[in-house]
Write a protein that binds this ligand. Structure first.
Ligand SMILES: NC(=O)c1ccc[n+]([C@@H]2O[C@H](COP(=O)([O-])OP(=O)(O)OC[C@H]3O[C@@H](n4cnc5c(N)ncnc54)[C@H](OP(=O)(O)O)[C@@H]3O)[C@@H](O)[C@H]2O)c1
Length: 294
């Protein structure tokens, strides 16, 4: 297939492009700025918020994949959930429709739902609604936290753990996550293109290791060959007063939106493994491989 991908230059995109190239697909990649890429990848310089920069390039493709997303808004730079989740999806869908492309894969996120609380999840839901309302043969994926050699979350915690054995935890730290490897997410996207029965479906993706935030910290410390860190607890009520004031400072590590999503947890039943026919990679084993190298 010839596949048009937006957001392919990011963390998950790297895994997805490798997977798709390995299966013999040809890729057309929307990039902000040209960069060196493997053979088989054609770059289209453009911006997902400016459809005129990529619409023509979608024509002639067999499938479109939209991976574009942000975890944190920068309104002063005009980087918002509305623009990059909702408007971007509308633009991608319109380009696919105009270009005569029938197949469409959308990256969403676990926890996205009609009555979502966080702005991230709300905007991902609005984007999903646009996809569901389209006439394309769509498939939506909602992963939990995605990990892999170049992820930001696990690597950020690992960097902190290398500097200090003290890791403050907001609230109880008992809220759970079920991380999934980026290779597994990539494989699901690639398999969806080969499985017509996945059209019209949304899949929740998670790994098989369900860890509380505290257990996640311990697992990362173990992967680094360290003992479990000391985890002082910052009272939730106090943090709910501090974060709204501090969150506009770009280097402040967490926003209210992200805290909301952490507290909601990010777990699922793993039934995607039956549909896609393979087992998720283990969290502890996989992070052990890449954290020991950095
Ligand atoms: N990582 C996770 O744990 C996780 C979990 C669940 C869902 N997701 C979703 O998975 C997707 C990919 O996440 P990721 O972790 O790979 O994020 P990432 O590394 O930040 O990648 C985001 C991609 O979007 C592109 N992009 C941003 N603004 C754009 C624009 N205006 N026009 C064109 N491209 C633009 C970026 O390109 P530039 O680098 O050139 O700006 C980059 O390729 C997102 O939709 C995210 O919400 C991620």
């Amino acid at each position: 297939m010839k596949i048009f991908i937006s957001g392919g230059t990011g963390f998950v995109g790297g895994h997805l492009m490798r997977e798709l190239l390995g299966r013999g697909h040809e890729l057309r990649l929307l990039t902000h700025r040209r960069r060196p890429v493997s053979e088989g990848i054609e770059q289209i310089e453009g911006d997902v918020s400016r459809p005129e920069t990529f619409e023509e390039a979608v024509r002639g493709c067999d499938a479109v994949i939209n991976l574009v997303g942000i975890i944190r808004e920068s309104p002063f730079k005009d980087i918002t959930f509305k623009k990059l989740h909702v408007q971007a999806t509308a633009n991608m869908l319109a380009a696919a429709r105009k270009g005569g492309v029938g197949r469409y894969l959308q990256m969403s996120a676990l926890g996205t739902r009609s009555n979502a609380v966080s702005d991230y999840h709300k905007s991902k839901w609005q984007a999903e609604e646009l996809v569901r309302g389209s006439e394309l043969e769509w498939t939506i994926f909602r992963p939990s936290l995605i990990f892999g050699p170049k992820d930001s979350f696990v690597n950020m915690l690992a960097a902190q753990l290398r500097m200090t054995p003290v890791m403050p935890v907001i609230g109880s730290g008992k809220y759970r996550l079920q991380p999934i490897h980026a290779d597994d997410v990539a494989r699901c996207f690639a398999l969806a293109l080969e499985k017509p029965e996945t059209a019209g479906q949304a899949y929740e993706l998670c790994g098989n290791d369900c860890l509380s935030y505290e257990e996640l910290l311990d697992a990362i410390a173990a992967a680094l060959g360290r003992t479990a860190p000391f985890k002082p607890h910052a009272p939730l009520g106090l943090m709910q007063l501090i974060i709204p004031i501090m969150q506009n400072i770009p280097l402040f590590p967490i926003t209210m939106d992200q805290l909301q999503m952490l507290l909601e947890e990010s777990v699922c039943d793993g039934s995607w493994q039956t549909i896609f026919g393979f087992k998720a990679r283990g969290f502890k084993e996989a992070i052990g491989e890449y954290l020991s190298k950095t």
